[in-house]
Structures are given as C-alpha cells and as structure tokens.
Design a protein around this ligand. Structure first.
Ligand SMILES: *Cc1c(COP(=O)(O)O)cnc(C)c1O
Length: 229
C-alpha cells in the first residue's frame, strides 16, 4: 500500500505541476490536500512517509480518532475540515483542525468566532459557496456571498483566507471555478479551494490554490456504514 500511495502522490503532484505551468503559474502555488476520509490510519501514515503533509477530512469525529498519534509523529502536518460542520462540533473543530473550509452560515460563523475568542486558537477559515445553487448542498448562495464574507471578516473578525466550492456532479466545472474566483477577487481573498480527483487540473487552470484529491491518491473509498451519522 505504501508504494502505491507514494506513486499516486507523485503522479498527482506531477499533474498539478504541469497544469500550473501550462497556466503560467508557479509549480509551488498549488497545495495538494490529500482527502483521507474513510481511509485507515495506515494509509495516512503511508502518505506522510511519502512526504505528504496536508490532509482533508469530512467528519470531525473521524479525524479525532485517526490523527492524534500521527500529529505527534509528524508535527508539521496540517488538517483541513472539508465536510459540513455542525455547531455542536465547533469546539472540537477549532481545537483540532488547522483550516476549516466549510464556513457556510451565520450561526456557524458566530459559534466559531465565540470559540476562537474563548480559546485564542484561530484556525484559518474558508467560506463554502454553493456555486451550483443546489438545494441539498451546503454552502452560501452566490447572491448572498458578498454580505456573508463581510459579516464573517469585518463584523465577526474571523480569519477568512478564501473560498471553497464543490461543483454539481453533472455540470462542466469551469463555470463554477470561474465564479468562485470572481467572488474571491472582489474581496481580495487569496485562497481558492476547488478541484477534486476528476477535475483538479481544470481547477488549477482557473486559479485553485488548493485542490482536494482523495481517490486519485488513496484509491477507491469504503462507503460509510449506513447506520453511521
Ligand atoms: C471526498 C471529497 C473530496 C475528494 O473527492 P475525490 O473525488 O475522491 O478526489 C474533495 N472535496 C470534498 C469536499 C469531499 O467531500
């Protein structure tokens, strides 16, 4: 497993680099977030051994179970929360994640601001934008994004670095990447988290600073057990 994951990481890294160069960007301007949700600790350890340092997890509880030992062994690693965050998990999220990519509603933003104030720990935050305006999907609607970004940054004082999006499965992703980039540009936000296994090269061409890649690094995922929340 270790060799396969190492080879996958090198291959994905080379594709990111080629896409960046092709777009006239510096090779090092894109960070690979290796999405390790549902993958065992051994797979994450293999990626760490191969030199990968930035990981994405969807669920706070799963990350808490998987990472503490790994963090001790690799103190320079960074953990991104890329799944929906419930307000009752804010405390754990602020304590254990380095970046929270899914700030998407006022109540959550307020809870994060309170917890950061209380603890003094300030993980970087991204605002998730529902660029496809899909009712079942998390994220602030594009029409509400400007006001929400200002609220988070100026009124609540959250450390907002940028935006993230998950385009609809069945649509050309470039339009969504371009929209996200445009909203970020209006607010001078430097970070764009966009692009997954199927479309990360396109995302890089549209300015992604972070691509979130799971399957192309770790292989197919085990589905979550149906009973799990
Ligand atoms: C699972 C997931 C990914 C990675 O998806 P792959 O297609 O396996 O690369 C990226 N972003 C988010 C938000 C995810 O939930």
């Amino acid at each position: 497993m270790e060799e396969v994951i190492g080879a996958n990481l090198r291959a994905v890294g080379a594709r990111i680099e080629a896409a960046a160069r092709g777009a006239g960007r510096q090779a090092g301007s894109v960070t690979l977030v290796a999405v390790s949700k549902t993958q065992p600790q051994s797979a994450v350890r293999a990626a760490l051994t191969a030199g990968q340092r930035v990981f994405g997890e969807n669920r706070v509880q799963e990350a808490l179970e998987k990472f503490p030992g790994l963090r001790n062994a690799f103190p320079d690693m960074a953990l991104h929360l890329i799944g929906p965050l419930q307000t009752n998990k804010v405390k754990d999220a602020v304590a254990h994640f380095d970046v929270i990519e899914t700030v998407d509603r006022l109540r959550l933003a307020e809870a994060l601001a309170r917890e950061m104030e209380r603890t003094g720990r300030r993980p970087h935050c991204l605002i998730e934008v529902n660029t496809g305006e899909e009712p079942q999907k998390a994220g602030i609607l594009p029409a509400a994004a400007d006001e929400f970004i200002s609220d988070c940054r100026d009124r609540l004082g959250l450390p907002i670095d940028g935006l993230m999006c998950i385009p609809p499965h069945d649509e050309e992703p470039s339009l969504h990447f371009a929209l996200l980039r445009e909203i970020a540009r209006r607010h001078d936000l430097p970070v764009l988290s966009m692009g997954m296994s199927a479309d990360f090269e396109t995302a890089v061409r549209f300015g992604a600073t972070h691509v979130r890649v799971g399957t192309a690094v770790f292989g197919a995922r085990q589905p979550y057990p149906a009973a799990a929340k």
